[in-house]
Ligand binder design. Structure first.
Ligand SMILES: [Zn+2]
Length: 262
């Protein structure tokens, strides 16, 4: 899938979790519902930072070129070191390491740990990264003609404002984990990353989310829906069917979560 569909599906997934949490008597205060949906929208784009030339890999200016090159190197190395008998040797890392569930969990746990150990500044940085990605994902081509600096300013401002709101008592810094503020922040990151792999598994190339489980002699088996159901990334199905459905479901889940929490 392309950026907007990934990001929308991320937001939808978090709003769905919000609805489920409200049902399970652990309702999210609205700032957690909103911030989580934005973080998840951003995190649902992040796995594609493994492509040096993708739009998204330019989101953080010169830094992202370095980051993209690094992730690409790391991914190829891990791929070739762990490939099964039937996996071809590869020279590019796209759709490998960052498209696995293990990566999703590691990255989410890593960000949660950073928030616990380093406190406010880590939270601000995590929010900033994901707000920039969310803007890139949700606004996509509309964000492109504007300058990078504008998107960064928007990301920084919203990170600052959201952190201030969350910090107020009862607004959700300690949602779900009473004495560990912002421990929950890794959850939308894990979820977004997993939702991305599910989105890619609907497209023709599939996604090796189950690494390192061996499937048919391949540890990087491109799992996905039955082939007749798959579509090309960026195709009509995505824009005309999936995105409107994602928006509708997001609206219903968000409204339901707020209603049950009230
Ligand atoms: Zn992808």
């Amino acid at each position: 899938m392309m950026g907007p569909a990934h990001s929308l599906s991320g937001a939808m997934a978090w709003l769905g979790v919000g609805l489920a949490a409200a049902w399970a008597d652990n309702p999210m205060p609205w700032p957690v519902l909103l911030t989580g949906a934005l973080i998840c929208a951003g995190a649902a784009l992040a796995p594609d930072l493994d492509q040096k030339n993708a739009t998204i890999s330019r989101a953080f200016g010169p830094f992202s070129r370095w980051l993209g090159a690094f992730i690409d190197k790391l991914s190829v190395t891990v791929y070739n070191a762990t490939r099964g008998r039937q996996d071809r040797r590869r020279t590019g890392g796209h759709r490998t390491l960052t498209h696995t569930w293990i990566w999703a969990v590691l990255i989410g746990v890593g960000f949660s740990a950073a928030a616990i150990y380093w406190g406010r500044w880590a939270v601000l940085i995590i929010l900033f990264i994901h707000m920039v990605l969310a803007v890139e994902g949700l606004l996509w081509r509309m964000a492109r003609p504007s300058s990078d600096v504008l998107v960064w300013l928007l990301g920084a401002a919203s990170a600052w404002i959201l952190a201030d709101i969350l910090d107020k008592p009862g607004n959700g810094a300690t949602w779900l984990f009473d004495d560990q503020p912002y421990l929950w922040i890794g959850l939308p990151i894990i979820l977004g990353s997993i939702v991305h792999t599910l989105g890619d598994s609907l497209t023709i190339s599939g996604c090796p989310m189950f690494w390192p489980l061996s499937i048919k002699g391949r540890r990087w088996y491109p799992a996905g829906t039955p082939s007749f159901m798959r579509f090309r990334a960026g195709s009509k199905v995505e824009n005309a069917v999936l995105m409107p459905v994602f928006m509708a479901v997001s609206g219903i889940c968000g409204a339901g979560a707020l209603y049950l929490a009230a």
